[in-house]
Design a protein around this ligand. Structure first.
Ligand code: 5GP
Ligand code: MG
Length: 180
């Protein structure tokens, strides 16, 4: 279902501001992975824009894969019941693995994913997340690299959607309450 024309969008971070944050994260990550060849796993679909921007700043050899988890569906709440709906292809046993996520909200999805991957025996497993929404956290999740903290608002753009709309916006925006 498409959102109504009355939807209001308020820019939280511009694409230009985000690119500065992404470059800073990439510098930090590049320093940590010197001499390694990690597998960088993007969490679909929300992280696809962040992943594409981030990896182009990473200055070391790496491989890329994607994983997809069950999502919010068309609503705005995480159910807490998470499952893998599209798995990675490569074995991660003995490998350095970096997970790239768009946003950590309740923490249900990413804590499930980190446990799921940990069971496969990686040499190391780290998490890079563009946005942290700590006010709604239900599960403690250690985040190794965080871009910026966001308020308890529903966000769209830069890969994030509302019922599959808005992923292509260059900015991260707050979607107005009147939109569903
Ligand atoms: P969590 O399990 O931490 O509650 O959130 C899981 C996923 O929900 C995130 O990875 C992200 O894809 C999505 N999500 C969380 N907060 C928002 C938001 O404000 N806007 C959108 N579009 N997706 C969100
Ligand atoms: Mg996500």
């Amino acid at each position: 279902m498409k959102t109504s024309p009355k939807s209001s969008l308020t820019v939280l971070r511009t694409g230009r501001e985000i690119s500065v944050v992404v470059a800073g994260l990439a510098d930090e990550i590049t320093r940590s992975y010197a001499g390694k060849c990690p597998l960088v796993i993007g969490v679909l679909k929300g992280a696809f824009v962040f992943m594409a921007d981030l990896v182009r700043h990473l200055n070391f050899p790496l491989e890329i894969d994607f994983i997809r988890l069950s999502s919010y569906g068309s609503g705005r709440e995480s159910s807490g019941k998470v499952k893998v709906i599209q798995d990675i292809r490569a074995s991660i046993k003995g490998r350095d693995v970096l997970v790239v996520e768009d946003i950590v909200d309740t923490g249900h999805s990413i804590s499930f994913l980190m446990e799921y991957l940990q069971k496969k025996g990686p040499a190391s497993l780290k998490l890079c997340c563009l946005m942290d929404k700590p006010l709604r956290r239900r599960v403690v999740v250690p985040i190794d690299y965080v871009g910026f903290t966001v308020p308890d608002k529903f966000l769209v753009g830069y890969g994030l959607d509302c019922a599959e709309e808005y992923r292509n916006l260059p900015d991260v925006c707050i979607l107005g309450e009147d939109s569903q």
